[in-house]
Design a protein around this ligand. Sequence first.
Ligand code: NAP
Length: 246
Amino acid sequence: MLNGKTAVITGASRGIGKAVALKLAREGANIVINYRNSGEKANSLMTEVQALGVKAIAVQANIGVWKEAEALISRAKEEFGTVDVLVNNAGMTKDGLIMRMSEEDFDQVIEINLKGIFNCCRFAVPIMLKQRSGRIINMTSVVGLLGNAGQVNYAAAKAGIIGLTKSLAKEAGSRGVTVNAVAPGFIDTDMTAVLAEKVKETIKESIVLKKFGTPENVADAVHFLASAGGEYITGQVISVDGGMAF
Ligand code: NAP
């Protein structure tokens, strides 16, 4: 159980982040729901989480912006007194073959997916080191492990997250802070809904379990790493991909 713990989940208004917020709330954690554009969805999730008997706030912040990430983590600390779990989930794509990819599309994907995690860790880690406990879970991707044509920006960010995770695990471990990454495969969310049916069928064929994952599948792995069961796990990348990458 995570009773009385504070969990900050970035990009929690939809998809995987929303499933993580609900899972950790059911396990007793107070939840900070971060969002960027989907205010209505974040507020309705806040009500849903509160109905589970825990506290919740929704905080708008573009985690790619240093000052906004700082404000998000400060708000969590002010409201609940601690930051015990940080789930760096927010992410976006701007796909295209390198021949057609603009500098802006590359920079934006790195800024949100990779620098956003650095920003949130930068402000949460001092709090966790001081309290001598904390769990950080970073959302990478099967694409960060295998690469993917049309996603050099996203793959670079997601592979970068793995390096960040392992380095921070080594920095923070002696003070009781674990840092791990979760690498989802193909999960049914808005992010993957945009793909053509034909592309989806080809991907499904490449999955050992022959089906797409759910946001709840990923939330279960995040919960495990945040819970007592994850106490002795750090610096790892846990794949939740139905067997896409091994
Ligand atoms: P999604 O349905 O597109 O949701 C993305 C979430 O991230 C939204 O809540 C969005 O908030 C938030 N977000 C985006 N940019 C943000 C920013 N700058 N600041 C704060 N929040 C921001 O995506 P998803 O499929 O749930 O993916 C969640 C994570 O899992 C991502 O890191 C993604 O790369 C990773 N992942 C997904 C899959 C998959 O198959 N779906 C596979 C591997 C990895 P607003 O709507 O409020 O703007």
